[in-house]
Every structure is written in structure tokens, then in C-alpha cells.
Design a protein around this ligand. Structure first.
Ligand code: P6P
Length: 315
């Protein structure tokens, strides 16, 4: 039995849930192979279309979405697929007990410059439909296509990390990720400062002031511009990721999507002892109203997320 199959059997008695995760892991392994050859195959360019988000689609966005569709269509336990690349939810198996929400290739604008991108997925119970709070997720995960290909997944217990080996097998490389409670590293796109609210500005300025200010310690800043890359760094060594509500994104509710970016990442962070927030409430408690709903995202080291929430409480 492979590492992933053995891990799944220890995490859940529900073979159908395990099967859905194996389907997404299979899609990730196939996408990894496509991405590694894409520059040679001439697949890194634009697709000439835009998705429901109004973003220019890359050929690889569509290819990755098709790969996920193909793997999930072979699984009778998936009732609905919600994808960033599809305007409407897709009806899959009428007997399916689970809904999958996915960003098939997050950060694809980084593909042309060979930066880590990823596939993010959330698994929900079918009974409640796609618009359920993240708190009720059955599982969540992402595949990070980087120097190594990593699968990070959580059902209800630990958040674990697998690495794809040369034979296409997911090998367990970290059984229980633990996000350090404290951190000295923040991730935010600082070019957006002119749009920030007082809380974000206050938090970032206090962090930049480092040991000379109220934070009383030195900070470093990292921003890859690929959520999976930034989140994986934070999961592995601590940090805080911020894509907060700002004056430019406020009309849309934020930048990042709730069902297939914020909720799965929040679920994984929680499983590793981290926290997630919109600034004013736990992301996992947000009640969705639309499948492509956006939400402010602040997540990572628990103590640091609380610091940001303190800035929001100051008003
Ligand atoms: P910005 C990629 O397009 C993405 O959705 C996330 O992966 C990433 O964290 C964010 O947008 C980057 O946004 O405004 O820095 O380009």
C-alpha cells in the first residue's frame, strides 16, 4: 500500500472520501508532468479567453481544469465540481456524496517565469450544496508544483505533506506540519499600500518598524505572488499571509476566492496549529452566498493573525 493510501486509511474509515482525495492527488501528479514539459510543448502562453473572474486564461489553466474534470468524472462519489475556470458548477455523479471546489492552477501568471504554482481543492459534504461554510469541509489540500512536487492534505486531524517520487507515488515526507505560533515574516503585496485600510497600514508599518517600534522585534517580508508558494512557505516555517480588503477590492468583497482558495488554505492552516481570519471573523465561519465569492484573507502563525485582528478591533 502506498504512503498516501496508508495515510488515508489511518485518517478516515470513509473509503469514498479517501477516493476523492486520491482522485485529486492523481490529477495533481498528471498536472505536474504537464507543467514540467510545458515550455517545450509551447503551452505556457495565453488561451485567448477570460474566465468568470475576468482574468486572462492561460492554456495551462484550461488544460489543468480538464485534467481535474477527467479524474473526477471517473469517481462516482463526486456530485458537483466548482472550479475557478468554470462559470457555473458542474453536475457530476447523481450518487456522489461530496462536492469538490478547486482552483486547478492557482498563480498561473507565474508559469512563464517558472515560479511555483499549485492546484488547490476543498471537499464538502454533498448534502448541503456548494454554499457551505468552510468549517464543514470534509477535507482540503493543495499540490505545489515547485522544485519538488508536494501534496499537502488534511481530513480532520493533522495537516500532512507528501512528495511525488520518480515513480509517480506520493511519499509521506511530513506527518504533522506545525506552523510556529510566532513569526517575524509577513507576506503582503506592498505595492497596494495606497488602497489599504487603517488596520492593514497600522499592522504593516508596526512590523516594518521592527525592534524600533511597538512590535519589538525585526520582521522580514516575502511576497511570491503565487498563493500556494506563499502558503507552503508559511506552513513549513511560519509567517503570515495577507490579502486584506482594500479600497480597490472592497466592491468585490476582496481579491481571493472563498470556496477554493481561502477555505481550503484556512482548513490546512488550522490543522497545523495556525489561524485564519478576514480581519474581523474566522474565514471558516464565513457563510458563502456565491460559488465565486471573494473574501479578505489573513492566515498563518496564530499569534500574528491575532495581532492583525487587534488592529481591526481598534477600528
Ligand atoms: P497580486 C494569483 O493570481 C493570485 O490569485 C494568488 O495566487 C496570489 O496570492 C495573488 O493572486 C497575487 O496577487 O495582486 O500580488 O498579483
Amino acid at each position: 500500500m502506498t504512503d498516501l493510501a496508508r495515510w488515508l486509511s489511518a485518517q478516515t474509515q470513509d473509503d469514498t472520501l479517501a477516493g476523492v482525495i486520491l482522485s485529486m492527488a492523481g490529477a495533481g501528479a498528471e498536472i505536474a508532468g504537464v507543467l514540467q514539459q510545458a515550455p517545450i510543448a509551447g503551452q505556457t502562453g495565453p488561451a485567448g479567453a477570460t474566465n468568470v473572474q475576468g482574468e486572462a486564461q492561460k492554456a495551462l489553466d484550461i488544460i489543468s481544469n480538464d485534467i481535474v474534470l477527467n479524474h473526477l468524472r471517473q469517481n462516482p462519489h463526486v456530485s458537483i465540481l466548482v472550479s475557478e475556470e468554470l462559470d457555473e458548477a458542474v453536475e457530476m455523479s447523481s450518487q456522489g456524496g461530496f462536492i469538490v471546489a478547486t482552483d486547478p492552477l492557482d498563480g498561473s501568471s507565474n508559469l512563464d517565469v517558472n515560479v511555483t504554482v499549485g492546484t488547490i481543492f476543498s471537499v464538502l459534504p454533498a448534502a448541503g450544496g456548494p454554499l457551505q461554510a468552510g468549517r464543514v469541509q470534509c477535507a482540503a489540500g493543495y499540490v505545489a508544483y515547485g522544485p519538488a512536487t508536494s501534496l499537502v492534505v488534511r481530513i480532520a486531524g493533522d495537516t500532512s505533506v507528501f512528495t511525488l517520487d520518480g515513480a509517480g507515488t506520493w511519499r509521506l515526507t511530513l506527518a504533522a506540519a506545525r506552523v510556529p505560533e510566532a513569526t517575524g515574516e509577513f507576506a503582503i503585496n506592498t505595492a497596494r499600500e495606497r488602497f489599504w485600510d487603517a488596520a492593514t497600514r497600522g499592522y504593516v508599518h508596526e512590523s516594518v518598524a521592527g525592534e524600533t517600534g511597538a512590535a519589538g522585534k525585526r520582521y522580514n517580508m516575502r511576497w511570491v505572488g503565487s498563493m500556494v508558494a506563499d502558503i507552503h512557505r508559511i506552513l513549513m516555517r511560519g509567517g503570515i499571509f495577507l490579502y486584506p480588503l482594500d479600497s480597490e477590492t472592497a466592491a468585490k468583497g476582496g481579491r481571493l476566492r472563498l470556496l477554493y482558495e481561502a477555505n481550503p488554505m484556512a482548513w490546512l492552516m488550522e490543522g497545523a496549529g495556525g489561524r485564519s481570519s478576514t480581519g474581523r471573523q474566522d474565514i471558516l465561519d464565513v457563510a458563502p452566498t456565491a460559488i465565486h465569492q471573494r473574501v479578505p484573507v489573513i492566515l498563518g502563525s496564530a499569534e500574528e493573525v491575532r495581532r492583525v485582528e487587534d488592529w481591526y478591533r481598534r477600528g
